[in-house]
Design a protein around this ligand. Structure first.
Ligand code: GLC
Length: 743
């Protein structure tokens, strides 16, 4: 290491691990000492991120001399390079550069690395913040052991449109739940803080409102009021910033006519200004160059200028910065202060991660091996997989199944699936076939072997081949119980996977009809990365369990729930539409001047003449193997003033025969405001497990601060007036009380 850098290192040695918020003076001095040594080219190099030469997550630009550029300090970060061997190899190259500034390795560790966890949307259905933090913690441990410094997660895009394939990656439709999950995931990924070798830098993405793409079409236009932006889409990002997230990633979409990548308002005024964010912004793959397609930049040079001046600090894969920035600085179109600010932010994170002190601190072969097959990680994965499933129906208590069942027919395209359980944004390992239990294997273990099991695939996921129906009907006809697996393939939800139809693909629902017609106790398992539409199945199948894609332990967790070893507790993080025509559909909508209160409202109603006004399943919905009863809501007072606390309580009773976990949800409605207000807003929830017959009082404390919203002037305020409050099992449960807020 050169003498100069070791000086910076000495400065840093005494520097305590930087807290996730605020700046450390010693770090800043070290950053400045390095910055002063850098040429313009070396500074621009830090703002340049390339995909590694092995695998890609976007359209690659093969310009050949990637490794030479690394060696000459023209690359500050790489993505899609994993494993101690490969990261060390590239780090050694980077340290041959004049200033030996270490590389940052970034990776889409969205829901696990070696141990794959449930899709983020599935985890959101657990409503278990501690479990989601633990999931991110394991992902960070495994990723950091594999030489990864930085994950491009959590994805924080609120979405009310399941046609958008990336709903699988987020936390669903609700801002309050999404903000809490943002905090939990950032804390999980960043652990004890930068510099701890089990921590990775997190990345709040995609900034912002990517989930509101028109028509649910990926990368599509977003246009909304600033009030809606601040009310619905920004809060999870603010929560991540407040939790000390290291980086942000901007989004592909244009927002109100300005591509997010080129938005000064978003990146400088709001994020780095009002929110005082001291990390750095990376562009999404190629999004700087894509401003030409947007019609916002006439060429790459203008794109580079707009993005840099707007606050995009690092260029992922568009090559605009490495090709154009030097000229722009010389022409005075991009000030050196803009470059210095971006580079300072990037160097700051590298120093906080300890990479200047030891560029190889994450390249530890023994730690990689120790974390490669950790049984504790799989236990944590199985735990949250159990908690993520949502029981949608259980007529006649078909579930839970008994291991004494004489015979079970397992029918459908996912019965023997293995890697499908990993879902999108995951990693397939050569030994997955041995590591992942299929539903067939997991049920067989519960039943003590295959002797009582019958199998037929019945149908493929897509296509119109019905030739497998006969065998499926024959096998189901012989069994006492039928387990039928249907759904979408693991890669049918995800990036660039928007769909106009959300029906069960292919002829799967016909298969369901054929099997249900046998009149056997039938459990339908639905695998998906998003809300699907399956009205006939919902109305006719006796039992339905929504299993999403649950990761490495998915098969085992499904069997645990099927046989009652875990009583399902998941609650939907998105409303399920009855038809694509209902989309966007979400619970916290405005009332309108002609609200439709009931399906029977025939005239002047804000609804369709040909469809119910209600979703098939509401936000927050989910059943249990037991039954919970809510008492009416009691309030500690009928009015509330600033400085006071209103306590709302219910008594919850487990009326069933088994213990169960309930997610008690608090919603509030402001009946009249200076702007119209949603008919309900989630403002709290508590999870508790009650034994059979047990009752417990649950209380929520409310202050006027909980009632704030953005008014017409974008002020975050509360207002006096009449309110309603609901404590119940989901967004459709009207267990209500009224109170008044006084000035
Ligand atoms: C992709 C995604 C983004 C991801 C990045 C790197 O296009 O939009 O979420 O982190 O590229 O793979």
């Amino acid at each position: 290491m050169s003498r100069i850098i070791s000086f910076a290192w000495l400065l840093l040695c005494a520097a305590p691990a930087t807290a996730q918020t605020g700046l450390n003076k010693k770090t800043e001095r070290a950053v400045d000492s390095v910055l002063r040594l850098m040429t313009l080219d070396e500074k621009i190099g830090q703002m340049n991120q390339y995909n590694g030469p092995w695998s890609a997550t976007g359209p690659l630009t093969n310009d050949g001399n990637l490794l030479d550029q690394v060696k000459s300090g023209k690359v500050g970060s790489m993505l899609n390079v994993t494993g101690v061997k490969r990261t060390r190899e590239l780090q050694e190259l980077a340290l041959q550069s004049r200033l030996k500034i270490p590389l940052l390795f970034g990776q889409d560790v969205i829901h696990g690395y070696r141990t794959i966890f449930p899709l983020p949307l599935a985890e959101a259905a657990s409503w278990d913040l501690a479990a989601m933090e633990a999931s991110a913690r394991v992902a960070a441990k495994e990723a950091s052991a594999a030489g990864i410094h930085w994950t491009f997660a959590p994805m924080l895009d609120i979405s009310r449109d399941p046609r958008w394939g990336r709903v699988m990656e987020g936390a669903g439709e609700d801002t309050y739940l999404g903000s809490l999950i943002a905090t939990a995931r950032v804390k999980g990924f960043q652990g004890k803080g930068f510099g701890d070798t089990s921590a990775v830098m997190a990345c709040a993405k995609h900034f912002v409102a990517y989930g509101a793409a028109e028509g649910g079409r990926d990368y599509n236009t977003v246009d909304m009021s600033m009030r809606r932006l601040h009310e619905v889409y920004l809060p999870p990002f603010k929560a991540a910033a407040d939790a000390g997230v290291a980086t942000f990633m901007n989004s592909f979409n244009d927002l109100n006519g300005i591509p997010a990548t080129g938005s000064k308002y978003l990146q400088r005024d709001l994020l780095k200004g009002a929110w005082k964010f001291n990390g750095f912004m990376v562009s999404d793959w190629g999004s700087i160059g894509e401003m030409i397609n947007h019609g916002y930049a006439k060429d790459n040079r203008e794109a580079a200028m707009l993005a840099a001046n707007a606050g995009s600090d690092m260029d992922m894969e568009s090559r605009s910065y490495t090709k154009e920035l030097a000229t722009l600085v010389k022409e005075g179109k991009v000030k050196m202060s803009v470059i210095d600010d971006a580079v300072r932010r990037i160097l700051r994170k590298k120093m906080e991660m300890g990479l200047f002190a030891n560029p190889y601190k994450y390249a530890d072969l023994k730690r990689e091996q120790d974390n490669w097959d950790n049984p504790e990680h799989r236990k944590i994965a199985r735990d949250i997989a159990q908690k993520s499933m949502v029981l949608l129906k259980n007529e006649g208590s078909v579930l839970p199944l008994s291991t004494k069942t004489s015979s079970i027919a397992l029918i459908g395209p996912f019965v023997k699936a293995k890697s499908d359980h990993l879902g999108f944004w995951s990693y397939d390992w050569p030994d997955d076939t041995a590591r992942i239990s299929s539903i067939w294997e997991a049920v067989s273990r519960k039943m003590g072997g295959d002797s009582k099991l019958l199998y037929a695939k019945g149908a493929a996921i897509t296509g119109d081949d019905r030739s497998g129906f006969a065998e499926a009907i024959e096998k189901a006809g012989k069994a006492e119980i039928v387990i039928l697996t249907v759904g979408e393939a693991r890669d049918m939800s995800g990036e660039a996977k928007s769909r106009s139809s959300l029906q069960l693909p292919g002829v799967q629902e016909e298969l369901v009809k054929a099997i249900v017609a046998l009149g056997k106790p039938t459990v339908v398992l639905i695998s998906a990365g998003r809300p699907l539409i399956f009205n006939w199945t919902a109305d006719h199948a006796p039992a339905i369990l929504y299993t999403w894609w649950l990761g490495t332990e998915g098969g085992n967790a499904i069997a645990d729930v099927l046989f009652g070893d875990y009583n399902p507790s998941g609650r939907l993080p998105m409303s399920f539409p009855r038809a694509e025509g209902q989309i966007p559909i979400y619970y916290n909508h405005y009332n309108t001047g002609r609200p439709a209160m009931h399906d029977s409202d025939k005239f002047y109603r804000s609804a369709y003449t040909d469809l119910s006004i209600y979703p098939k399943y509401p936000f927050g919905y989910g059943l249990s193997y037991t039954q919970f009863e809510y008492s009416p809501v009691s309030l500690s007072a009928a009015t509330l003033r600033k400085g006071q606390t209103l306590r709302a309580s219910v008594t919850l009773t487990n009326k069933g025969k088994v213990a169960g976990k309930e997610t008690v949800q608090l919603y509030i409605r402001d009946l009249s405001g200076s702007v119209v207000r949603p008919v309900k807003e989630l403002k709290g929830f508590q999870q508790l497990t009650l034994a059979a017959g047990e009752s417990r009082k649950i209380s929520f404390d409310i202050t006027v601060e909980d009632l704030r919203f953005y008014n017409e002037q974008l002020q975050y305020i509360w207002e006096p007036g009449a309110f309603k409050l609901y404590i119940g099992k989901d967004a459709a449960h009207n267990n209500e009380a009224a109170f008044e807020v006084l000035q």
